[in-house]
Design a binder for this molecule. Structure first.
Ligand SMILES: Cc1cc2nc3c(=O)[nH]c(=O)nc-3n(C[C@H](O)[C@H](O)[C@H](O)COP(=O)(O)OP(=O)(O)OC[C@H]3O[C@@H](n4cnc5c(N)ncnc54)[C@H](O)[C@@H]3O)c2cc1C
Length: 414
């Protein structure tokens, strides 16, 4: 059995196997939470994170459109672990809530006083027949992986005409806007370069966007580019050699299938909570749209059965739109609640489901969608109607948000 790699950055010792605060996952949620806890004076924090690299995933849309190099979206994990936090470089294989312990993939057990679960989503590429055999070849790409986003750009800029398909799978995904953003950028590129393209949006969803307020402006964008929409169509198979994609028609009583040929296809994989959560009968939500995610109260982010377990970010059962922006709203709530719990007080802070989605609608154009659990718009920028396409909001996405992410959010300051 191999011992976990432990990177010390201040307090905490490699020999310790019990931590007051143990965080699973050093992604957007895990790091921003740890930073805020350190800023609030907390000691004894450890993060279990297997990856050497931390990614700013929201910029992968820009990578896929040739606006940014992929390397600008990645930094060493060591550079984002807050000072004074111990990094255990390993992967959690199981949570044992009755023993207050997690089991690492190498068999080691780490105990905790309080556990924060933040491992993000699992991408289930294998759930689409034939997809893994052809990803990155035959015109098949996806912005949902660091290595593949540059391929999307390669296929867009080398597109000679024909059919370009953009898919959206059944079930919750991270950034529900990302499948359509890259489509608008591709359509804009084809138009500007005089390339004849039939652009198809084949989506398992019933409409272009789940929040009504933003549907009408997005419908106009679709009309402008002449995009053909196929709602209620779930991608089930890709044949790379034949360049064919097969969709199940979700509204058809017999679940009929339809096959389309393509010249390029941007695929968004089906997603779920990681297996170690969805297979944990004590912790996973057991029904409804949040089935399989780590069960927490949607307002306090606390597990109802194990009060020392909380979740933040994409892997939690909160029914918000899964985005980094949501985590920006969740992190201060969770910090307040953890501090109150430590002082034996009732949990005072409540998350309202805030999420935002910067919908890039072309090179230099963006609709900023911001909304809460009930789909009510919650604009945070005064005096500007961000439901209109704007250059200023595009500049925020291109320059402002990445800067804020690395310099403020991951440092617990925003
Ligand atoms: C193409 C794309 C575009 C997007 N666009 C936007 C956008 O415009 N705006 C926006 O707000 N959001 C956007 N997002 C979504 C945003 O990136 C995610 O919502 C956010 O990163 C979720 O944070 P998280 O910490 O929950 O998960 P992640 O950031 O994915 O981090 C999870 C971490 O947990 C680690 N981990 C996984 N399994 C284990 C395990 N078993 N044990 C320990 N650690 C583990 C992983 O290595 C990873 O580092 C986009 C995402 C993509 C892919």
């Amino acid at each position: 059995m191999q011992a976990p790699v432990v990177h010390e950055s201040g307090r905490g010792s490699a020999l310790e196997v019990r931590y007051p605060t143990l965080i699973v996952g050093g992604g957007t949620a895990g790091i921003s939470l740890a930073a805020r806890l350190r800023n609030a004076g907390r000691d004894g924090i450890a993060i279990v994170e297997p990856s050497d690299t931390h990614y700013y995933q929201p910029a992968w849309t820009l990578v896929g459109a040739g606006i940014l190099p992929a390397t600008e979206t990645a930094r060493p994990e060591a550079s984002v672990i807050p000072r004074g936090v111990t990094w255990i470089q390993s992967r959690v294989a199981a949570i044992e809530p009755n023993a207050n312990a997690v089991v690492l993939e190498d068999g080691r057990r780490i105990e905790y006083d309080e556990l924060i679960v933040a491992p993000g989503l699992q991408l289930n590429w294998d759930a689409v027949d034939g997809l893994t055999d052809t990803l990155g070849a035959n015109g098949v790409s996806s912005n949902y992986a660091y290595e593949l986003a540059p391929k999307t750009w390669e296929y867009i800029r080398n597109f000679k005409g024909g059919r370009a398909i953009f898919t959206f799978p059944a079930g919750p995904i991270k950034c529900a806007g990302a499948p359509q953003k890259i489509m608008y950028l591709a359509a804009d590129y084809f138009r500007k370069h005089g390339i004849k393209a039939e652009v198809v949006y084949a989506s398992a969803t019933p409409a272009i966007f789940g929040v009504k307020h933003y549907q009408a402006p997005l419908d106009k964008v679709i009309e402008r580019y002449g995009i053909k929409t196929m709602f209620g169509h779930n991608l089930v198979a890709v044949d790379g050699a034949k360049r064919e994609a097969t969709f199940e028609m979700l509204d058809d009583p017999e679940k009929k299938r339809v096959t389309l040929s393509f010249d390029m296809i941007h695929v968004v994989p089906p997603q779920s909570a990681p297996d170690f959560i969805r297979n944990n009968a004590l912790l996973a939500a057991s029904d409804g749209p949040t089935k399989g995610y780590l069960r927490v109260d949607p307002a306090t982010l606390q597990n109802p059965d194990y009060p020392n377990i909380f979740a933040i970010g994409d892997a939690s059962s909160t029914p918000n739109s899964k985005t980094g922006a949501a985590i920006r709203a969740q992190a201060p709530v969770l910090v307040q609640n953890l501090l109150a719990r430590a002082a034996s007080k009732a949990l005072p802070a409540k998350y309202n489901g805030y999420a935002s989605c910067p919908l890039v609608t072309g090179y230099g154009k963006l609709i900023l969608a911001e909304f809460d659990y009930d789909g009510n718009p919650t604009p945070s920028i005064p005096l500007i109607d961000t439901a209109k396409e704007r250059w200023s909001m595009y500049m925020l996405k291109r320059h402002g948000l990445p800067w804020m992410y690395w310099n403020l959010m991951l440092k617990g300051k925003a």
